[in-house]
Design a protein around this ligand. Structure first.
Ligand SMILES: Cc1cc2nc3c(=O)[nH]c(=O)nc-3n(C[C@H](O)[C@H](O)[C@H](O)COP(=O)(O)OP(=O)(O)OC[C@H]3O[C@@H](n4cnc5c(N)ncnc54)[C@H](O)[C@@H]3O)c2cc1C
Length: 601
């Protein structure tokens, strides 16, 4: 739910008084001193990956570990409340990136640009995301063709990282971990889902899908439909800051610097890492050198690529253009940018869905004190996956093309604003249909899982505080458009199936207002190019690959090619994207990498 006023208006008085949140960290990070210390490991970025690596490496009591985070603590009220996740965007806990104007998509957005939220806070994007808990399809990992990262290898780490709610997730020794003492990331299912989820699941079943009680324990996601699994505990968000950092900060060998922007990595003449250069938010004109034997970049798909480039590691021409002394000519840095795109389909309904109308004192109190009620939902409540060619959901040997997210959520002006849509999208096309007090909306978000279109991240300047240029090249490839068109048609078909059709009305025609055409494919192509935006899963800019792959930035051991003592561990090293949301895969990657680092592999 996107309304910024949620936390301000309502939860502040309830949540801020909660001693559990005020006393969350029990440490004053402004007192962290790094002078005179040579760290064994410096980790840059405390997000989905960095928090994991920091925790696992600091388990070794003889190693001194420093974690550096550009953002601050995660005690803002809207981080904890799933329904307020939209209001984490466009404020100080979001980097507030924007893409370049897109040539082939975003026709409904201001300046054809996509807002690109990324968490700038402890827990990184795991503190601002939509909580969906998906491992991806097992074939995704095997398709990377890197033996150390096969699904069988990754499964150990998926199990290691999780603490599955025994009341919500069926026991399954082979696939799941229910050990409440050993996992770090809580996973559960929404306790009080909206009643329309059931209708969606039934309508999917009538269209060849099968309901599964645990999609994360399936050998293939194709054809599955289910309630979403979510990263939450007792109705509150469960980020990697909660899962991994709360434990790590208790260790004497672990230091945490917040509000410290890492500018670049420093090397000696043998290209061995010697430390990092940072700027504190409190004194941005001053650079500080922190000594370290090994540096792990976990600054995310944008941050890690940018830091490598600023450190002199990247394509020769780009470094020359910005007069950055070259350490290694690595042509792959910033390239291979892949992201999941979702098309926003809107349906009107008379069944109440999550909306700002749920912000009643009773609901707020219920959420704050019992972790129950409608505010425990992030809006995304059910998921389904499918292949499009002939809709062959029985094909279990290949990855799905589309993830379908069913969101019983009432879109308001704020939802469209944070997604950078032009004001008229809501004002002209939707609002006139929402005047009746008994009207709500349901959103459906078919997401293209394996886009052919790829983009890049390049430097705008050699100022480390300047945002880089992000160009995902969305929908450049016609095949991507075709798949989204097919996906929209499939969703419409499912929504026209009983028992859904009698409760919903599609708003596609109204939303596509100026597009009067009899040709269905032309209609949907126009719709897709207007209403397809990021679902915030960028990966790939520091691609992991075999030594001989000239576009690989890190090898299978996560080491950066051509230098010593530098690794990248985050979503940016995925060589190809996976068939689901990217938070849990990134955490599993970080668990896997932590073992490699500990064993010095
Ligand atoms: C709005 C949103 C919704 C999403 N929804 C879902 C979802 O429902 N389910 C799901 O699985 N995935 C979701 N994702 C994606 C998922 O959260 C990310 O793929 C994942 O968090 C990426 O992890 P990471 O470690 O690569 O980067 P991040 O978690 O972004 O961590 C990078 C960290 O590095 C810090 N940093 C960056 N640059 C510097 C620097 N120069 N100096 C110091 N620190 C720096 C950042 O502040 C940040 O804390 C969503 C993402 C967003 C933004």
């Amino acid at each position: 739910m996107s309304n910024t006023s949620i936390a301000e208006q309502a939860t502040a008085s309830v949540v801020s008084e909660s001693p559990a949140i005020i006393e969350r960290w029990k440490r004053d990070f402004s007192q962290t001193k790094t002078n005179g210390i040579t760290y064994d490991y410096i980790i840059v970025g405390s997000g989905s990956a960095g928090a994991v690596v920091a925790n696992r490496l600091s388990e070794q009591s003889d190693k001194r570990v420093l974690l550096i985070e550009a953002g601050g603590v995660d005690t803002k009220d809207q981080i904890q409340m799933p329904a307020a996740c939209g209001s984490c965007q466009l404020g100080e806990i979001d980097w507030q990136y924007k893409t370049t104007p897109q040539l082939y998509s975003h026709f409904g957005c201001v300046n054809q640009q996509s807002n690109w939220p990324r968490g700038k806070v402890l827990g990184g994007s795991s503190s601002i995301n939509y909580l969906q808990y998906v491992r991806g399809d097992p074939h995704d990992y095997d398709n990377w063709q890197l033996p150390q990262w096969s699904f069988q290898e990754m499964l150990k780490y998926f199990k290691k990282l999780e603490r599955a709610d025994p009341n919500a997730i069926p026991r399954n020794q082979h696939f799941r971990n229910h050990d409440q003492d050993n996992g770090m990331m809580d996973v559960t299912i929404l306790e009080e889902p909206n009643s329309t989820n059931r209708l969606f699941i039934e309508a999917c079943e009538k269209n060849g899908f099968h309901e599964t009680k645990d999609y994360n324990a399936e050998g293939s996601l194709n054809g599955c439909v289910s309630m979403s699994q979510i990263s939450a505990k007792e109705g509150k968000r469960w980020s990697t800051a909660s899962g991994y950092l709360l434990t790590a900060v208790k260790r004497e060998n672990f230091d945490l610097l917040i509000h410290a922007h890492t500018c670049r990595v420093a090397f000696d003449e043998q290209k061995q890492v010697s430390g990092v250069i940072v700027k504190r938010t409190s004194s941005l004109d001053k650079e500080e050198f922190i000594k370290g034997k090994e540096v792990i970049l976990s600054a995310g798909t944008v941050g890690s690529a940018q830091i490598l480039l600023l450190s002199g590691i990247g394509p020769r021409e780009e470094l020359q253009k910005h007069q950055i002394p070259m350490i290694v000519d690595l042509p792959g840095v910033g390239k291979n940018l892949q992201d999941h795109m979702m098309t926003i389909l809107v349906y009107l309904t008379h069944i109440p869905t999550l909306s700002t109308r749920d912000l009643t004192p009773e609901n707020l109190q219920k959420w704050a004190t019992q972790g129950k009620g409608p505010l425990t939902s992030s809006g995304g409540e059910s998921l389904a996956w499918c292949q499009l060619n002939g809709n062959d959901n029985s094909n279990k040997t290949q990855v799905p093309d589309i993830q379908m997210q069913f969101s019983p959520f009432t879109a308001d002006a704020e939802f469209f604003r944070i997604s950078n849509f032009k004001p008229e999208v809501y004002e002209q096309y939707l609002k006139p249909h929402l005047t009746d007090e008994s009207q709500w909306t349901i959103l459906h978000l078919p997401t293209l899982l394996h886009p052919e279109s790829k983009g890049e991240i390049t430097l705008a300047s050699c100022d480390p505080l300047a945002h880089p240029i992000i160009n995902p090249n969305y929908l450049e490839d016609k095949e991507d458009v075709r798949k989204l068109v097919e996906a929209c048609k499939l969703v419409e078909k499912i929504f026209q199936t009983e028992p859904l059709n009698s409760t919903l009305k599609s708003m596609a025609k109204e939303m596509n207002g100026d597009e009067a055409t009899e040709n269905e494919d032309v209609f949907w192509e126009s719709y897709v190019r207007k209403y397809t935006i990021t679902i915030c899963h960028p990966i790939g800019t520091c691609k992991m690959g075999k030594e001989e792959d000239s576009m690989a930035v890190v090898t299978s051991d996560t080491r950066v090619k051509g230098v010593r003592g530098l690794r990248v561990v985050d979503a940016s090293i995925m060589p190809n994207t996976i068939s689901g949301s990217t938070n849990i895969p990134t955490i599993a990657i970080a668990e896997r990498a932590s073992d490699l680092i500990k064993n010095n592999d």
